[in-house]
Design a protein. Structure first.
Length: 432
């Protein structure tokens, strides 16, 4: 996104109409915000820390106003305080090649207070993960029993067979707080082989959260929706400015262009799932920004503004993180998916799964195959899906009945109406 895009429309109108001294002073925070936001969007490396900047009391007041019928007994103050201490750190490096994802890298760190509870990295198509299991047990003592049981199962407790070495080594490393890794390309190739040569559909075909297209779209939506920017009192974070944003205008811009970033049926599903502009409240909301040395440092949005009668607060905060190098750990223990599959005993017992669950799986697979083909989910793709289910459950039968799918297993029969998104929501008991 070019820096001139953000708020360019509003700035140009003000300049062309000729501003008095006070008008020029009012315009200055708009320009500062425009340039800082533009510089952030242009950077191909960076990061954000997401957190909630509200007290326990404010969150409870917000929750009561949002849903007066809800009970407040589900979470203690200590549990809520621990939740509010949590944060997510996202870092990204989009690499030098704008046309390729092979040199991209990213990481996500989950923090609970001072505890770095877990981290996920993606570097050169390899996924790395680790968790501070001991630290999590200190925070949540109830986890200990389940972890001890899992360790025992890995080792083959009480006469059971131990887990194969291909699983035992990475699982034990993960429980010990060490890095484990997974080769994404090898994993996808193995899934394709297991699917009988069909391409494995994993994840969305849409843009990554830090992609140029998505950031450009968000910048354009902000440009369309900002009505004014006012300067507030500065603090240790930086210069504080507050933007008034027309909520309906911002949504209208996103609704028009966001589906276009997706491919295949994903675009149609998103367009159908987004409510019409008329259903979005016609109101202005405040978003706070902190700027320092021409750079964006923090953004805050209080969700209490969306309540009919605002109370308390639920402030979503995003702090801009300094750039950091995202590298592959040297000592990761690999989860070799292909070796794990090869080590699994052949001809295992069929699954004990009911017809309703199987129908939801069929619906998801129909959507996946249709999406790869660029079509809409329907029973016409059933022949491609059926091989996935051979011998999967006792007395399993999957047949097309008109435009619906009848699934029988374990003495039960259900009727599936194929969904547009693979959600498996329309499954009724009995034959079609």
């Amino acid at each position: 996104m070019r820096p001139s895009r953000l708020l360019a429309g509003g700035a140009a109108v003000a300049l062309l109409t000729g501003t008095a001294a006070c008008g020029a002073e009012a315009l200055e925070p708009k320009l500062a915000l425009r340039d800082a936001a533009g510089a952030f969007a242009e950077s191909r490396t960076g990061g954000l820390e997401l957190s909630i900047a509200s007290s326990v009391e404010d969150v409870r007041a917000f929750a009561a106003a949002a849903d007066p019928t809800a009970s407040s007994a589900g979470m203690t103050d200590d549990e809520l305080r621990r939740l509010l201490s949590a944060s997510l750190e996202f870092s990204y490096d989009l690499g030098a090649d704008r046309e390729s994802e092979t040199d991209d890298a990213g990481s996500v760190v989950v923090r609970i207070g001072d505890l770095a509870a877990g981290e996920l990295r993606v570097v050169e198509q390899m996924v790395y993960a680790r968790a501070d299991v001991d630290g999590l047990v200190e925070e949540f003592p109830d986890l200990q029993e389940g972890i001890d049981s899992f360790r025992a199962e890995l080792a083959g407790a009480e006469g059971t067979e131990p887990a194969p070495p291909e699983l035992q080594a990475p699982a034990t490393a993960f429980l010990d707080g060490d890095w484990v890794s997974l080769d994404v390309e090898a994993y996808l190739e193995q899934l394709e082989a297991m699917a009988g040569g069909q391409d494995a559909a994993v994840g969305s075909t849409g843009p990554a959260p830090a992609s140029d297209e998505l950031r450009d779209l968000l910048g354009g939506a902000l440009e369309d929706a900002v009505t004014s920017v006012e300067r507030r009192e500065s603090d240790e974070i930086g210069d504080h400015v507050v933007a008034q944003i027309d909520l309906r205008a911002a949504y209208a811009s996103l609704r028009e262009e966001l589906p276009g970033l997706l491919a295949g049926t994903d675009a149609e599903v998103m367009a159908d799932s987004m409510p019409p502009v008329s259903e979005v409240p016609d109101r202005r909301i405040e978003v706070s920004f902190w700027l320092r040395d021409g750079e964006l440092r923090r953004v805050e949005l209080d969700l209490a503004q969306f309540l009919e009668e605002p109370a308390g607060s639920l402030v979503l905060r995003a702090d801009v993180l300094p750039e950091r190098r995202i590298s592959a750990p040297d000592d990761a223990v690999e989860l070799d998916f292909a070796a794990l599959v090869a080590a699994a005993p052949a001809g295992g017992e069929p699954l004990e799964v009911d017809a309703h669950t199987l129908a939801t799986w069929v619906d998801a697979d129909l959507w996946s195959v249709a999406d790869q083909d660029g079509g809409l989910p329907s029973v016409q793709y059933l022949p491609e899906v059926l091989p996935y289910y051979e011998g999967l459950a006792p007395d399993l039968s999957v047949t097309a009945v008109g435009e619906r799918v009848q699934v029988s297993a374990g003495g039960g029969t259900v009727c599936l109406t194929v969904s547009a998104d693979g959600s498996g929501e329309d499954v009724t008991d009995g034959p079609c």
